[in-house]
Design a protein around this ligand. Sequence first.
Ligand code: ATP
Length: 361
Amino acid sequence: ASLTFNEAPFAESYDVGEELGSGQFAVVYKVTSRKTGEKFAAKFIKKRRYATSRRGVPRAHIEREVEVLKAVGGHENVIQIIDVFETGNDVILVLELVSGGELFDHVCAREHLDEAEACAFIKQILNGIRHLHTNYVVHLDIKPENLMLRKKGETQLKLIDFGLSRHIYPGTPVKDMIGTPEFVAPEVVNYEPLSPATDMWALGVVTYILLSGVSPFLGRNRDETFCNITSVNYHFSPTYFGTTSQLAKDFIGRLFVKDSHSRATVDDCLNHPWVRGPRAGGPSDLRLNSTINVAKIHGFKVRMRWRKAVEVIQHCRQITRRAREELKLATSRGYTLESRYNKDDLITSAVLIACEEGNLA
Ligand code: ATP
């Protein structure tokens, strides 16, 4: 049976403020409870109107996001869901507000970061992931954009965006080609069963980037990236890992393991000496000597923004090509376009659709 959500008018309970961010089919606003004055984030998710449409999110997927959020809320490193509303066009998730921005932006703004500090963030991500995996939830979209800090000036980290997450129970295989190419594990590329280990691979990619500012498997195009992933083709180039400790590289190496059964689990990671740190009375913390080049992380952010723009342009090109082909087909079948439309208008509207889908309109 499908879930039912609060259909009372949202505006009766909340005042909508500034936009906080957006995704493919969702916009997130800062909102204030009219009753208590408390601030929250409201994620307006556009519902898919028709089964055949490519726009909007199917209701079943939105329900899955809500179910997962309800199952994992209440942990200090996981975003908490408060309430869910529904209108004709949207489902609105009221979420705990995180206001400290993305982890990587916080890191870029620092003058200096050592491995012990980087590790403290990784540990929080691991604690959040451990909570998910204990509840048989796999996030499936662990990446820098989904790691946010709860408050400005504080270091408490929250996992957000459970749009791809799902329950995966042992013995019930789930396959899906989802996620962000750079961060997906070999089993995703090969359409083999997903598991908690799929998140662990992604954490390996995040750790690699956090320590070096470069992405381990990124190729010139998606196929090349996928090929690098399935052949586990990565290196610790001295240019980027010159100051990185051996322990950190060992930690990453245990996550970049093709066989998901042999990959380090979240508990293995929490027990890894790089994460655990030196034992009391043992040798001093070597991680303090390994500095991270913050400028390189900044470079990663800049490159990522460029890549996004390029992706939108490629998407526009694809849609334009499709519009041209459909136009050719229609003309060849003897249809004539109404005189108020011309070829250029059609192409312009295709580009606009592409921009809207890519959130650049
Ligand atoms: P995508 O299409 O990238 O997967 P999405 O549509 O699933 O995204 P989210 O990633 O959940 O949407 O949210 C989009 C953006 O809104 C986030 O990147 C973040 O900047 C902001 N955001 C989301 N949740 C919150 C929150 N609880 N508090 C503050 N900002 C948030």
